[in-house]
Design a protein around this ligand. Structure first.
Ligand code: FES
Length: 107
């Protein structure tokens, strides 16, 4: 049995290419991104201070935080420019039909 539990979050049509949206799974804030038709999920809250990356700017495969301009690689969560030094958590995304699911560890 998979150790991930999948949660339905958005429809694929909810998010245009180059867009991100915040979703809540329980109390966890997660950002869902559409990069040219492929979907990715990371923690939504910047690792530097408190800002929603879903409100940031997507440039290619990166998201720029709206508060102090640090960047992360969306696919890997890697912090790539200061002041961000701590990587973001990333999550498994699965698409079934037009439904986007995010996998979180069980429990
Ligand atoms: S809160 Fe994101 S760069 Fe500072």
């Amino acid at each position: 049995m998979s150790d991930l539990e999948f949660h339905a979050v958005l429809k694929t049509s909810d998010l245009d290419p180059g867009e991100a949206k915040q979703v809540l799974i329980g109390r966890k804030e997660i950002a869902i991104y559409n990069l040219e038709g492929a979907f990715y999920a990371t923690d939504d809250i910047c690792t530097h201070a408190y800002a929603s990356l879903a409100d940031g700017y997507i440039e290619g495969d990166r998201v720029e935080c709206p508060l102090h301009g640090g960047c992360f690689e969306i696919k890997t969560g890697k912090a790539c420019t200061p002041p961000c030094v701590e990587d973001l958590k990333t999550y498994t995304v699965k698409i079934e039909g037009d439904q986007i699911f995010v996998g979180l560890p069980r429990g």
